[in-house]
Design a protein around this ligand. Structure first.
Ligand code: R5P
Length: 295
């Protein structure tokens, strides 16, 4: 197996290769003066099982095209089996038509990854795993929730209450609760499809004087975590740790969440950022070690 670290996930790719004891093959990347991406394999991949690690966090479109170039070049060069490891899958939230006439962006992204030549697709805590059924190739959705829970526990959050921002994410809070053991629950969140504004219904939790971990797949603008944190502060929670797999942290999200009353924000290196404290590398490496070929 050969691990190819894409430019958006170079460090993560290196960690995965190291954990597996497999060969890491760096690829030459550059940008043309007009902004187009260039990719060149510097070693032979003919007949090899190739694992490409490239997240598609912002700038999504650039990272996505680099991923497609990497997959397609590996195929052209004769790679035997190509596994695309895409820790954060861009466009995954636009997985259906919410309003008439909208593009189903995720469907287009899936078609592109397949057409480029991937034989298998691996991602982490995708927004809605059901939407991945659009893939005709085998796919898997790994989870960061256990390692996030372990991290929270190592910070003294054992016995903390785990909270998800909506019922859809409650299964994520349950996994964290399996580690922390303080019970879990979820909020009722609504987003205005036009303005993007978040509101949460008043719901009372057993959090007074207790530590709480709020978990979600993505922190984007931070609106969801701000609303959750404010509610927990009103209910006199003690320490609040806000956690997510994909810390996109757009436009001052981090500062907004801290101002709302969170004590810390923790994410994973599925999306590199200054809060990406927990590495997803062991989760990916374990999956690949068990043998990722086939379904
Ligand atoms: C969507 O439902 C996701 O699970 C997240 O809750 C959402 O993407 C967070 O977005 P924001 O940080 O902008 O509220």
């Amino acid at each position: 197996m050969i691990i190819i670290p894409g430019p958006a996930s170079y460090d993560l790719g290196m960690k995965v290769a190291k954990l597996l004891g497999e060969k890491l093959v760096p690829v030459e990347f550059k940008y043309f003066p007009d902004g187009e991406s260039y990719v060149r394999y510097t070693e032979d991949v003919d007949g090899e099982d190739v694992v490409i690690v490239q997240t598609t966090s912002p700038p999504q479109d650039t990272h996505l095209i680099q991923l497609l170039l990497l997959i397609n070049a590996a195929k052209d060069l004769g790679a035997r089996y190509i596994t695309a490891v895409v820790p954060y899958l861009a466009y995954s939230r636009q997985d259906k038509k919410f309003r008439p006439g909208e593009a189903v962006s995720l469907k287009t992204v899936i078609r592109l990854i397949e057409a480029a030549g991937a034989n298998k697709f691996v991602t982490v805590d995708v927004h809605n795993v059901e939407a991945l059924k659009e893939f005709k190739i085998p796919f898997v959705d790994l989870s960061a929730m256990y390692v996030l829970g372990e991290y929270a526990k190592s910070c003294g959050f054992g016995g903390a209450f785990s909270l998800a921002p909506d019922e859809f994410a409650s299964s994520r809070a349950k996994v964290v609760d399996d580690v922390l053991g303080g019970g879990y629950g979820w909020l009722k969140k609504e987003r205005d499809r036009v303005t993007g504004e978040i509101s949460v219904a008043k719901k009372v939790f057993d959090v007074q004087g207790r530590d709480v971990v709020v978990v979600d797949d993505i922190i984007s603008t931070g609106g969801t975590m701000v609303a959750a944190t404010k509610l927990l502060r009103e209910q006199k929670a003690r320490k609040i740790m806000v956690m997510c797999t994909h810390p996109l942290l757009i436009g001052g999200a981090k500062e907004k969440i801290i101002r709302a009353g969170a004590d810390s924000i923790v994410g994973t290196d599925c999306v590199p950022s200054d809060v990406s404290i927990v590495s997803i590398a062991p989760v990916i490496a374990e999956y690949l070690r068990k043998g990722s070929r086939g379904a």
